[in-house]
Ligand binder design. Structure first.
Ligand code: UD1
Length: 363
C-alpha cells in the first residue's frame, strides 16, 4: 500500500483536490489518500462550506495555522507539516495552485526527501510583486512531477530548464469540479436570495493586494463599480481581506445602492452566479478559467495573467489597472459587444483521472 498526502490550505485549493480525491478512490486497494488542511483559510464561508459543497471528507489532518504575515504563515505550516511527514512517511505529497500552503508543504517535503507532485504547475504572470508568482516558481523548482493546465506552462517550464520527463499536460482539475457540479447549480436559490435576474447582473470579486490594499486604487475601483451600477445590478461577494480594507478606507460611504455586497459565497451558489452573469469583473485566477469554460464575459483587473490561454482563446480580457479602459470595455459588453471564446484543450472533466493514472504508474 502506498501513501499519498494531498494538501489544501486556501479557498482555491478545495475544488482542485476534490476531483483528485475522487479519482484516488478507484485505487483504494493500493493507495491510501490522506488530506491535510493547513487552516490558512479557516472561516466557515472560506473553507467549511467548500468541504460540504464539494463532498470532500473531513480532512485527516487540520493544522490550524490561520492568518499572519507571509513568513509567519509559511513558517507555521512548515513546522506543523513536518511533524505529519515524519509520522506518516508518505510516498508522495500533492500540492495544488500557488498559495502559501503550497510552497510551505512542498519545501518541507523536499527537505525530507519526500516526492512532490505540483498540480497547476508552470503558470507564470512574470510579476514578482505577486506572492503567488514567487510560490509558483519555487514550488515548480523542487517538484518531481509537474502537471500543467495549459500550453504556456510547458514553455515556461522548458525556459526554466525543467527536465521534460517530469512535465505532463493533463488539463485543469478545477474544470473537473466545475463540470461535475454545474448541474447542481440548477437547484441553487442564490438569484432569488439576492433578488437578481439571470443574465442581467455583473459579478465582481476583488482581493489582490494590488487592488485592495492601496487606497488610491481602491477608490478608483469603487468609482468604476458606481458607474457600472448606473446600468446594472452588481453582486460583490467580498473577501475578508477586501472587507477589512474597505472598512479602513471608509469606502462603503456613497456606494450606489445597485451594488449588493455580501459575504463570501459557497461553491455551488458561486458557480450559479458565474454561469448566469452578463459580465464578471475580477482579479482572481480561477474565475478567469471558470468564465472561459462557461463562455461568460470576463474583465480581469490586473496588469498580467498567469493564465494567458483565457485571453488567447477564452472570453477573458486583461485590462490592467487602467480603469478608464476597463470602464469602456465593461460598458461595451453591457451594450452587447461580446468576446467569442472557446474551451482550451483537455479542459474536459478528466484531468484528475489523467493525473492519478500517471502517479499510480510512477510511485
Ligand atoms: C490567499 C492566496 C491567494 C488566493 C486567495 C483566495 C497566498 C499568498 N494567497 O490570499 O493566492 O487567491 O487566498 O482567497 O496564499 N481571512 C479571514 N478568514 C479566512 C481567511 C483569511 O478573515 O478564512 C483574512 C485574514 O485574516 C487576512 C486576509 O483574509 O487578513 C488574507 O488572508 P490570506 O490567506 O493571508 O491571503 P488571501 O488574501 O486570502
Amino acid at each position: 500500500m502506498k501513501k499519498i498526502i494531498s494538501v489544501v490550505g486556501a479557498r482555491p485549493n478545495f475544488m482542485k483536490v476534490a476531483p483528485l480525491h475522487k479519482a484516488f478512490q478507484t485505487y483504494s486497494n493500493i493507495i491510501q489518500h490522506i488530506i491535510c488542511h493547513t487552516g490558512q483559510h479557516y472561516d466557515e464561508k472560506m473553507s467549511k462550506i467548500f468541504f460540504e459543497d464539494l463532498e470532500l471528507p473531513k480532512p485527516d489532518y487540520y493544522l490550524g495555522v490561520g492568518s499572519g504575515s507571509h513568513a509567519e504563515q509559511t513558517a507555521k505550516v512548515m513546522i506543523e507539516f513536518e511533524k505529519i511527514l515524519i509520522e506518516e512517511k508518505p510516498d508522495l505529497i500533492i500540492v495544488v495552485g500557488d498559495v502559501n500552503s503550497t510552497i510551505a508543504c512542498s519545501l518541507t517535503a523536499a527537505k525530507l526527501h519526500v516526492k512532490v507532485a505540483h498540480v497547476e504547475a508552470g503558470l507564470r504572470s512574470g510579476d514578482m510583486m505577486m506572492p503567488e508568482e514567487i510560490n509558483r516558481i519555487l514550488t515548480d523548482s523542487i517538484s518531481d512531477y509537474l502537471f500543467v493546465t495549459e500550453k504556456s506552462g510547458l514553455s515556461n517550464l522548458a525556459n526554466e530548464g525543467v527536465n521534460h520527463d517530469k512535465i505532463f499536460l493533463t488539463g485543469n482539475v478545477m474544470i473537473d469540479s466545475l463540470i461535475n457540479y454545474l448541474p447542481k447549480t440548477e437547484q441553487s436559490k442564490v438569484h432569488e436570495k439576492f433578488g437578481i435576474t439571470k443574465g442581467k447582473y455583473v459579478l465582481v470579486t476583488l482581493h489582490r493586494p494590488s487592488n485592495v490594499d492601496i487606497l488610491e486604487q481602491a477608490i478608483k475601483l469603487k468609482d468604476l463599480l458606481n458607474t457600472i451600477a448606473e446600468q446594472r445590478r452588481i453582486i460583490f461577494p467580498m473577501h475578508p481581506r477586501t472587507l477589512q480594507k474597505w472598512e479602513n478606507f471608509d469606502l462603503f460611504n456613497s456606494l450606489n445602492s445597485n451594488i449588493i455586497i455580501t459575504e463570501p459565497i459557497g461553491y455551488i451558489d458561486f458557480l450559479g452566479l458565474t454561469k448566469n452573469a452578463e459580465l464578471i469583473l475580477t482579479d482572481s485566477g480561477g474565475i478567469q478559467e471558470e468564465s472561459t469554460y462557461m463562455g461568460v464575459q470576463c474583465i480581469t483587473l490586473r496588469t498580467s495573467t498567469e493564465r494567458p490561454i483565457t485571453v488567447e482563446v477564452g472570453t477573458n480580457q486583461l485590462l490592467g489597472n487602467n480603469l478608464d479602459k476597463a470602464r469602456e470595455a465593461a460598458l461595451s459588453v453591457l451594450s452587447g459587444h461580446l468576446k467569442q471564446g472557446q474551451i482550451p484543450e483537455l479542459w474536459d472533466g478528466n484531468s484528475a483521472k489523467r493525473i492519478v493514472d500517471i502517479l499510480v504508474q510512477k510511485i
